[in-house]
Design a protein. Structure first.
Length: 102
């Protein structure tokens, strides 16, 4: 009696959920008003493939073990629960005002 061995079923490969240049929100440790918090932070996707994303931020971000990420780029899975499409537009920081001579 022969027993047929089949390969385990895999989920079908998902198409890329996020693409380079898109704004996303990531639930991560970051600096907010001088304090370290764990909350949603907006970033931009700078590299993407079928499984992973590289997201770059304007503010300092930290790994879960406490180390600050020097280039402000975090890697996440495309299907991760800690990443979502951003619902708000990028917030521009106020530029330093120049004095007008008068």
């Amino acid at each position: 009696m022969k027993r047929e061995i089949s390969a385990p079923m895999r989920k079908p490969a998902i198409d890329q959920r996020f693409r380079v240049g898109e704004l996303v929100d990531v639930y991560c440790d970051h600096t907010l008003s001088g304090e370290r918090v764990r909350d949603w932070l907006q970033g931009v996707v700078v590299q993407a493939d079928r499984k992973m994303l590289a997201i770059q931020f304007v503010d300092d971000v930290y790994l879960t073990d406490g180390w600050m990420v020097p280039d402000r780029v975090l890697w996440s899975q495309q299907s991760g629960a800690n990443i979502r499409p951003s619902t708000r537009r990028r917030v521009r920081r106020p530029a330093a005002r120049r004095k007008v001579r008068g």
